[in-house]
Design a protein around this ligand. Structure first.
Ligand code: GLC
Length: 529
């Protein structure tokens, strides 16, 4: 009954502040996104996920929600949202929103009430605890953004818990009324027609009921984020979170064809549990492994094989190269290998998510100290934790402010925007954008890429090679992860195949007997012509 459109889909993440401004305030908005839908349709993606667009004081740029059922006026109105959704659907594009259930803004009316008195009916909608006997916080839990995760409220003489900023108090999912209210938020957006939700920090939702201290992390070193001083053993990934994820899934399933993507940073064995052990949970627990993995063929081959092996029958894989929280792939790997990474992302088995701007090879943009916006950087400066560098405006063309806005953008543009922009790259057959378009077109044309089985092919030190197969169709993907020429012994079935797509122009002989010759930084997709 449920359509599985999200299995063959490619999702594109938009950071709304930075995609396209339409009203000249230097901040992107919904009307701006609507104007760029044709670009996304031509790129060839199937769905877009918008980071939060709800009313918010923007302490964490929208991940502090003050009204779960509205649109922040900076981004537009509910009417603008409905228009955007209709315009996306008219182009065959699905639209996913970002659901932030772990915490609200401290400006949310629920928290204002909860804070007003220990006897308020909404007191228990958040996590309030008495001080420790010495007057300090109830336990040693540390905020992901540094400092104690407990904030003292002098008026009501208790601490409240915030896994992130003090302006982001955690909601108490053990309270049935809160739970019902939040699940109704999902229904609100599904009723409006959204095709899915990305669920923010899903593994954080439930904390150990008795709030024991977290164990110290013996591997923590000063100069790295304070959050890692302790291991988040009791503050995250508690067994009861799975009940909630299953309830969320039941709601999505009641609407037929909606997808749930869970943001979960956990080791693979733990990640897998969010597909659901007893009952189905999220369709896609985000798989972030490619973001952190050392970029060498052996490591990646093992990582892919282990992930594939860990999936239970029916669990559909997914892959991510970057997002609004992590360094961009072009900065991590350099431009030549970012092209190989694009080929990997779009040829592995599973649903890929593309982060806006990665299709241009955007790198992290250095942010002058007086323009820093991200609270993560402001709270723990100089550790390289700030996320502004990966959230800079989309460079569209060579006009004022790269066509992003008539006004000075909220964050600086990438320094190379006069060359690195959509208009330029559209015309350049050798650009990253052309590579992404070609890859997306090939995925649409060859079902084996979108839906086929995966099998690893043994390569040499620098070569990652694998097969995608659906029925009669067999494709071989061979990626050179190094700067030297490589040879790959072709299996018999692949010897008659021809290149369908390459990461760099083809020059010289591709074959040396039964071996495939891979130029430095070359990637090839071979198939029957
Ligand atoms: C998620 C978001 C991140 C945000 C945090 C708190 O990790 O991706 O941007 O700061 O949750 O909501």
């Amino acid at each position: 009954m449920t359509s599985k459109w999200w299995r063959s889909a490619v999702i594109y993440q938009i950071y709304p502040r930075s995609f396209q401004d339409s009203d000249g305030d230097g901040i992107g908005d919904l009307e701006g996104i609507a104007r760029r839908l044709d670009y996304l349709a031509a790129l060839g993606v199937h769905g877009i996920w918008l980071s939060p667009i709800f009313p918010s004081p923007m302490a964490d740029f929208g991940y502090d929600v003050a009204d779960y059922r509205g649109i922040d006026p900076r981004f537009g109105s509910l009417d603008d949202f409905d228009a955007l959704l209709a315009a996306a659907h008219a182009r065959g594009l699905r639209l996913l929103l970002d659901f932030v259930p772990n915490h609200s803004s401290s400006a949310h009316p629920w928290f204002v009430e909860s804070r007003s008195s220990p006897n308020n009916p909404k007191r228990d909608w958040y996590i309030w605890r008495d001080a420790a006997p010495d007057g300090g916080p109830p336990n040693n839990w540390i905020s992901d953004f540094g400092g104690s995760a407990w904030e003292w409220d002098a008026a009501s003489e208790q601490y409240y818990y915030h896994a992130f900023l003090p302006e982001q108090p955690d909601l108490n999912w053990r309270n049935p009324e809160l739970r019902a209210a939040m699940l109704n938020v999902m229904r609100f957006w599904f009723d409006r027609g959204v095709d899915g939700l990305r669920i923010d920090v899903l593994w954080h939702l439930i904390k150990a009921a008795d709030f024991p201290d977290n164990p110290p992390n013996p591997n923590w070193r000063p100069g790295t984020g304070e959050m890692d001083r302790v291991i988040q053993l009791h503050s995250t990934d508690q067994p009861e979170v799975h009940e909630i994820a299953a309830e969320m899934r039941a709601i999505a399933d009641a609407y037929g064809d909606r997808v749930l993507i869970g943001e979960i940073y956990l080791p693979v064995e733990r990640l897998m549990t969010y597909y659901g052990l007893e009952r189905p949970e999220v369709h896609l627990p985000f798989n972030f492994q490619l973001i952190d993995a050392p970029w060498d063929a052996r490591t990646l081959a093992a990582l892919i094989a282990d992930y594939e092996a860990a999936l239970s029958p029916g669990a559909w894989p997914n892959w991510v190269l970057g997002n609004h929280d992590r360094p961009r792939v072009a900065s991590r790997l350099g431009e030549a290998q970012a092209r190989i990474a694009a080929m990997l992302l779009l040829t592995l088995r599973g649903t890929p998510t593309i982060y806006y701007g990665d299709e241009l090879g955007l790198a992290d943009t250095a942010i002058p100290p007086d323009r820093v916006q991200d609270p993560r950087e402001l709270r723990e400066p100089g550790l390289g934790l700030g996320r502004d560098p990966v959230r800079t405006p989309m460079p569209w063309d060579g006009k004022t402010n790269a066509g992003f806005s008539a006004a000075e953008p909220w964050l600086p543009l990438n320094a190379d925007w006069p060359e690195r922009n959509v208009a330029r790259q559209t015309r350049d057959p050798g650009s990253m954008l052309t590579l992404y378009r070609d890859l997306l077109a090939l995925r649409r044309a060859r079902a084996a890429l979108a839906l086929g089985d995966f099998a690893s092919v043994i390569g040499t030190d620098d070569v990652l090679a694998y097969e995608r197969r659906l029925g009669e169709e067999r494709l071989l993907i061979a990626l050179n992860l190094g700067g030297g020429e490589q040879r790959l012994a072709l299996p018999g079935w692949a010897r008659s195949l021809r290149p369908l797509l390459s990461a760099r122009p083809l020059d010289g002989d591709l074959r040396d007997g039964d071996a495939l010759v891979l130029a430095p930084d070359q990637g090839l997709i071979l198939g029957a012509a």
